[in-house]
Design a protein around this ligand. Structure first.
Ligand SMILES: [Zn+2]
Length: 398
């Protein structure tokens, strides 16, 4: 089942006030055991790097880190915590050279294996040479700040998600397994359908205009005629947001406010933490400024807990946004008031007590349990203190 909720980015560029499409969390099942669809193994043009030589290509066949098994039957019982790449894949393994000003343009499907992830590139994706390094830095920093693992033993790993819906019904990565590394799909919305980034525990799907090649961009009138829709810096905020979803969802279930809030909050704090050491992430911070959604009701000591329990469940899809900003400030408050391990404490409580929540499906009884969890961890007065903090700091007041 694919179901997406829309939301806008937490930041806007300095020059534009229009919110940028960014995120949602997508619920879908992994593809373990799903029937094998037709595969076009002849679709394997050779890849070429750009003239700046940002990359080297190597054979896409089994590397030392992979386990060679029968790729004609990719959905066999296997250890899904291990990497598996079908021997017959026609798609090349790419290595970026780490230089920001060097760019790689994919003229066929291809992939990059990093220390923490697999990047699956759609055709016409263009990446700066430091992209993979920055993604790994974000994953490492998310683990550091969240106090949880991006690859917990408790997670039920499965093969690479069937995202053929993005590829016109064709799945280039059928039968692949990335082990405990996070599959990250870099997709092109080549028909300007309004595709947006999203994430699950299994993977993150990034639809980022700044990753579209110039040739692709200029071939689509909706893009070419609206150059303001993309910027001259990479949207690492959206990347951090989506990867937060993947990492947190691998560890525990969260309500909508807690799900979007931690992604919003982490996107800001991770960028702040990495900006000095990673120039492209620093560039993002320098060229954008914080942006908050409005809320339908100013938050105070008297209503903060009720609003948390209601989880903005009556808002329509087009009104989504308050849960992102309420959640962001709730975590901001918890961090300031109770210390840096606020999320790992919440995660430990949720898993120890078996709390479950289906993102996007409002369940009032369940949100009460999450409110009780937060009070058990941080004190019965946590929501009244949070409401007072919001008023004192002029957060969530309009
Ligand atoms: Zn999100």
């Amino acid at each position: 089942m694919n179901r997406r909720l829309f939301a806008s980015n937490r930041k806007t560029p300095l020059l534009f006030t229009a919110a940028v499409l960014a995120c949602c969390m997508l619920l879908c099942a992994c593809n373990k055991g799903t029937p094998k669809s037709g595969r076009n193994t002849s679709d394997g043009e050779k890849l070429e790097g750009s003239d700046t030589a940002a990359v080297t290509t190597t054979s896409g066949t089994t590397s030392a880190a992979t386990t060679a098994t029968d790729d004609t039957q990719p959905y066999v019982d296997r250890d899904y915590t291990q990497i598996y790449i079908p021997d017959s894949t026609p798609y090349k393994k790419i290595t970026l050279d780490g230089v920001k000003d060097h760019h790689f343009i994919a003229d066929d499907f291809c992939y990059i294996e990093t220390e923490r992830s697999f990047l699956f590139l759609d055709k016409d994706i263009e990446l700066p040479g430091d992209f993979a390094d920055n993604v790994d830095a974000i994953i490492n920093e998310l683990e550091n700040q969240l106090g949880i693992s991006a690859c917990p033993d408790s997670f039920d790993y499965c093969g690479v998600t069937d995202n053929s819906i993005y590829y016109g019904g064709f799945n280039p990565w059928e039968g692949w397994c990335t082990g405990k590394k996070i599959p990250i799909f870099l997709m092109v919305d080549r028909e300007s359908k309004g595709l947006i980034s999203c994430a699950t525990a299994s993977d993150a799907v990034l639809v980022i205009y700044e990753c579209f090649s110039d040739e692709l961009w200029n071939s689509v009138p909706e893009y070419r005629d609206n150059p303001w829709r993309r910027f001259d810096y990479m949207d690492y905020d959206s990347i951090a947001h989506e990867l937060t979803h993947t990492i947190t969802e691998r560890n525990c279930d969260l309500t909508d406010i807690l799900t979007e809030g931690i992604a919003q909050y982490m996107a800001g704090t991770v960028i702040d933490a990495l900006a000095d050491d990673y120039p492209s992430i620093g560039e993002y911070k320098e060229k954008t400024e914080p942006y908050d959604f409005s809320v339908p009701e100013a938050v105070n000591a008297d209503n903060a807990e009720r609003i948390f329990i209601e989880d903005y469940n009556t808002l329509t899809a087009m009104e989504r946004g308050p849960e992102y900003v309420y959640g962001k400030y709730l975590y901001n408050f918890l961090s300031e008031e109770y210390g840096a391990d606020y999320f790992s404490r919440l995660n430990t409580y949720i898993t120890a007590n078996g709390l479950h929540y289906d993102y996007g499906y409002y369940d009032g009884d369940a949100t009460v349990k999450y409110a009780e969890a937060i009070k058990s961890i941080f004190g019965d007065d946590v929501f009244t203190k949070f409401g007072s903090w919001c008023v004192a700091n002029n957060h969530l007041q309009e």
